[in-house]
Structures are given as structure tokens and as C-alpha cells.
Write a protein that binds this ligand. Sequence first.
Ligand code: PAP
Length: 352
Amino acid sequence: MSTYLIPDQTPYNNHPTSNNIIKNENQTQTDQEHNNLLATLPKDKAWRSKHVFRYKDFWLSSDVIKGLLLIHKHFNPQPTDIFLAAFMKCGTTWLKALMFATTNRKRYKLSDHPLLRNGPQSAFPFLDTHILLDNAVANFELLPAPRLFATHFAHGLLPRSMTSPLSTCKFVYVCRDPKDALVSKWHFMSKLRSKELAPVSFNEAYELFCNGVSEYGPFWDHVLSYWKASQESPDKILFLKYENMKREPAVELKKLAKFMGMPFTLEEENGGVVEDIVKLCSFENLSRLEINKDGGGGQKFTEKVVVENHEFFRKGKVGDWKNYLTEKMKERIDMITCDKLKDSGLSLGVTK
Ligand code: PAP
């Protein structure tokens, strides 16, 4: 199982520490709070487990609600932290690789890069569930600045210490055509779904998705939460689209590096560093590596959930929805998108 890639330090998950602040009486207290909270929340059908719970306008699994409680109580954001945020299946794996490779570009040779030996999930922690693991909070303190974290939580669910105008934390948000996110998510969740539960058919997932009932959803409210925040604070939230990254990866990567405060120099650009990172992190390159193939390795998300690296690589294409949605289904979802995003200035996946 992969550990996190901390440059020049003991691998993340193995780092000895005695300062385990969330696995003691605080943990028991949070367990109690979590159970009490779940009992009060509306619930509906989940795609992976049995139920999702509606918490502050978003549908969340039991695990990540607990994660959110712990983040609010114990996570200490640092001024230089950078969060990669996205709805599920919109490009986290790709951005993890790009952000890690960009941040550490002076440290590693591309020919012998840690991403070639480790799945991109291991590049940095997925905050929502990683905070549930033993020693998580203490280990976060060991990460070098700028610390990188991924999250699927909507902007408004996160603590004000991360999101308020006074905070200097940055967010990179990546979004995608909801039709492709839906198809990708249905495949992913179907594979992870317990064999004891009846499978969720694509048509059922489509209905749930359109009604906003999907882990971390409604999709549109999620996107809008970051879009609005990025309009208010463009220096703190970079808003990217998967489709643009596919079309012009080098242009988007340069934007990303500049936003993270580490722009490529002219010398680097002339030396082909941007293109090299794009190539290293491309779907074609990462998905062919042994570590990212079936049986190659996995990442521990919670004590119970380990996800194989290869599950994060399927097709990596724009427009695969055409193989799953009828014209009528496409029209309905596009109408929801137009309606939800109207007057926002944002357009997403709607082609005439
Ligand atoms: P997550 O929400 O579980 O973290 P995430 O990485 O956001 O998943 O999304 C996975 C999608 O990104 C998959 O899309 P697909 O099902 O439509 O194929 C996956 O194939 C795609 N993906 C993974 N790595 C890359 C990459 N390097 N470049 C482009 N797409 C990628």
C-alpha cells in the first residue's frame, strides 16, 4: 500500500509520532457526536454504501461527515496551504500528479520520478477521509510547505479558517461536464459498492444525480460554491475545467504553477519543463505504469476502505457520456445545468 510522498522525509504513513490528538477521548467524543448527528439527518440512497445523509444542503456519506467534524475540530490550516478541490470524478487524480510534479520539479528528475513508482493518489492526502486515520493530524504537521491537500467538500462546508477572506489558503478547483462526471462516478461507485447491496443501475444513478442525490452533491451547487468564491477572490481560488486541460494542458499548467506561486521561468519553458510535466502526468503515461494497473497497488482511504490505483484510470476522455445517455437524458441534464448556472457567468458541458 502506498505511503504519502514527502520529499526527503520518512514516508508519510510510517512516520513515528506520539502526538496522536484524534485517537483518544476526542475520538470517542466525536464518534458520539457523529452518531447523534446522523440520527437527525434526512437520508437517501447512496451509490457506494447504503445511505447518504443530507448535511447543510449536501449529500454526504457517513464516513465523510465524521471527517468533516474532525476537520472543523482539529485541522489547523497553515497560511501557505493549497487545497485541490473538486466534485468526484472531475480530475483530482490528474491535478494531484500535476501539482505534486510542479511543486517538486527542482527536486526530482523526470526520468526517475516518484510518480513513476507510486500512484498519484499518494502524492498528497485526501483530507476528507485521511483525517479519520490514526495519527493523521500530527502527520499533517510534518508535511513541508506548501502543504497540499485534496478535498471533495463544497466550499461552504469547510471551516472559515480555510475559506474566510482573512485566510491566505489557496484553492485549485477543477470541474467537468456533469454528464462525464456522472458516467465516471457511476463506474467508480459501482466497483466499490458492497456486494451485499443490490447494484445501482445507470438509469437509477442518472435519476439520483439529476435530483442532486449523489455523494458530495448536488453537483451544480458544489460547482457554484467554488465558482462564486473564485469570482470574489480570484487570487485565492483558481477555477479550472477538465475539458480545457485536455485541450491545452500546457497553457493550463502554466496558469496553475503561477497561481501556486511557483511560475515557470523562461529558462524552464525554453527547456521544455512544462511539456515534460504534462507528459509525465498524462493519462496515457500514468495509466500504463505497473503501479496503476490492476493489482499494482492501492491507497488506504479509511481503516476499512482501500481503493486500488487502477480504479482512478478508466478512459480519461471528454464526451464519453455519448455512449451512455440518450438524447432525451442529455437534454434534461443540460437543461438543469443551464437553469442552475444561469446568471452565474459559468458554462459547463452544454453544446448546442
Ligand atoms: P476521484 O474523484 O475519485 O478522485 P478523479 O481523479 O477526479 O476521481 O476522476 C477520475 C477520472 O479522471 C476518470 O475519468 P473517466 O472515468 O471519465 O475515464 C479517469 O480516467 C480520469 N483521469 C485519471 N487520471 C487522468 C489523467 N492523468 N488525465 C486525464 N484524465 C484522468
